[in-house]
Design a protein around this ligand. Structure first.
Ligand SMILES: Cc1cc2nc3c(=O)[nH]c(=O)nc-3n(C[C@H](O)[C@H](O)[C@H](O)COP(=O)(O)OP(=O)(O)OC[C@H]3O[C@@H](n4cnc5c(N)ncnc54)[C@H](O)[C@@H]3O)c2cc1C
Ligand code: SF4
Length: 473
């Protein structure tokens, strides 16, 4: 092994510079800067190149992390990028928004031995941003043109990753999306301060330039029937995500000012993209966001940037039990968000129909339940009010009605689409599914992984179909 590695003993782990919280409250630009070249090499050199790379195992894409860290430490940056890109269609996006503390970095051996993790995500982002700058990200070039076609419903990370893999094999790929821009939650969910939209747009452009057709503003099941798609394409991938928001069901939740998280984030993202949006922002308002996941963190931090008077996050368990990324929670705290842990909404109070406060129950935690998480119960007589003229519900998402699109699809008890565990085929022949609509609300990196796996299965099936047709001639 090169003597450039194992430097974790002498060199401390360091993230790229982070903008000061008071500065970043005023705009939607990303909060982390880029590594300088020497710093990236130095940070990569902290990797211990351990025999069993737990980081690689914990990465849903099984990225060859130790290899590209060593190449980075040696200054072989193009090779490092090529290695990273072998297993990931969007390394610069994962480098920015994966909850690394729960994935690769959380399993890093030097982290678990108390030396502080190698900054895997930041190096991955650095390498791929450099690859774009240096022209190392090559145009999409199919190995050969193949006559059969694939229809992909949904231009989120699962659909885009699958589209790229299938197009690289030469299949004719059309991606349909009901939104006016491709990217799914990468473009209309995740805010700019975590992921600048130009980064998603250049990925989409590369796919379009490589021959993938995007049919936008088109909802399958409404604008075009599923049967029409089946008649047009030899295989279909459903990568439609989950968009049925869990709603509050407390007295007063119909008041003006009680809104859902995703439309709020979509409108904010649209403004950032230059669209004219009529809806109100959080400016000048007391905002309470209910929920403790990534969506809630994105809402509180968006409200801060929109100029809210106060922003609070209400969550029924405590900080340790929050489902969202600890890094994002810390970023929110730095930006001035108040956290009301162990608190649950009981009612929304209003003045003339407009939300004015949230009646809140104080909670206590109990024993772990069947899910492995601590149960919770209300502390009687400890209710209190939180001032709020905007209440944002960020309580999670469930699948929409998939049977309305295709009645023959078999669903799980969570209403996600049932697929073969390795082939990703649904109960309908030639129809595959991947991403959140299979796993339930999850992560971008898992959507990419499933998009890739489904594409591999579709490639095998289409190839067999072609061979059979040739043999029959
Ligand atoms: C606010 C928010 C923040 C998040 N932050 C993070 C984060 O920081 N890190 C992370 O890893 N994950 C994050 N996630 C989760 C992540 O975004 C998702 O797991 C991921 O985008 C799922 O990818 P997907 O391709 O399955 O679906 P999506 O990204 O949801 O894409 C599905 C696409 O299908 C389209 N579609 C749906 N139905 C139809 C139809 N009938 N016809 C045509 N088109 C249709 C939709 O318009 C959409 O574009 C976040 C999620 C949210 C909501
Ligand atoms: S894709 Fe995500 S989990 Fe995998 S190495 Fe990159 S940042 Fe870590």
């Amino acid at each position: 092994m090169t003597n450039k590695m194992l430097k974790f003993i002498d060199i401390d782990g360091k993230m790229p510079s982070k903008r000061d919280a008071t500065d970043r409250r005023d705009d939607f630009s990303e909060i982390y800067g880029d590594y300088l070249k020497d710093k990236a090499n130095e940070q990569a050199s902290r990797c211990s190149q351990c025999g069993v790379p737990f980081c690689q195992n914990a990465c849903p894409l099984h990225n060859n992390i130790p290899d590209w860290l060593m190449l980075t430490a040696e200054g072989q940056l193009q090779d490092a990028y090529n290695t990273a890109a072998l297993t990931n269609n969007m390394p610069e996006i994962c480098g920015r928004i994966c909850p690394q503390d729960r994935l690769c970095e959380g399993s890093c051996v030097i982290e678990t031995s108390g030396h502080g993790t190698v900054t895997i995500g930041a190096v991955e982002r650095y390498l791929t941003d450099m690859a774009w700058d240096e022209g190392w990200v090559e145009p999409l070039a199919p190995v050969q043109e193949r006559p059969l076609s694939v229809g992909i419903i949904g231009a989120g990370p699962a659909g885009l990753a699958a589209a790229e893999m299938l197009r690289m094999q030469g299949w004719q790929v059309t991606v349909y999306d009901r939104h006016d821009r491709a990217g799914g939650l990468l473009i209309y969910g995740i805010p700019n301060f975590k992921l600048e939209k130009s980064i998603v747009e250049r990925r989409v452009k590369r796919l379009a330039d490589g021959g993938i057709e995007f049919v936008l503003n088109t909802e399958i099941g409404k604008d075009i029937s599923f049967e029409t798609l089946q008649a047009k394409h030899q295989a279909i991938l459903m990568a439609v995500g989950v968009y049925n928001a869990r709603a509050l069901s407390v007295p007063g939740c119909g008041a003006d000012g009680v809104i859902e998280a995703l439309p709020y984030l979509i409108n904010s993202n649209r403004r950032g993209l230059g669209d004219k949006v009529a809806s109100e922002t959080a400016k000048g308002k007391h905002v309470v966001v209910i929920g403790g996941g990534d969506t809630a963190m994105d809402c509180v931090r968006t409200a801060v940037r929109e100029g809210a008077k106060s922003v609070s996050c209400m969550y029924r368990r405590d900080e340790i039990n929050m489902p969202g990324s600890a890094r994002e929670t810390n970023n929110a705290k730095e930006e001035g968000v108040h956290f009301e842990w162990l608190a649950s909404p009981k009612a929304i109070h209003d003045t003339d129909g407009k939300a004015s406060s949230v009646r809140t129950a104080r909670m206590r935690l109990g024993q772990k339940d069947a899910s492995g998480r601590q149960s919770f119960s209300v502390i009687k007589g400890a209710d209190f009010d939180m001032k709020a003229d905007m209440v944002i519900q960020a309580l999670g998402f469930m699948p929409e009605d998939m049977e309305a699109i295709c009645p023959d699809l078999k669903l799980t008890r969570w209403n996600t689409i049932k697929t073969h565990p390795t082939k990703f085929e649904t109960s309908v022949e030639g129809v595959y599914a991947a991403g959140d609509i299979v796993r339930g609300a999850s992560l971008v990196v898992w959507a990419i992984r499933e998009g890739r796996d489904a594409a591999a299965a579709m490639h095998a099936q289409l190839t067999a179909q072609l061979l059979l047709a040739d043999a029959a001639e």
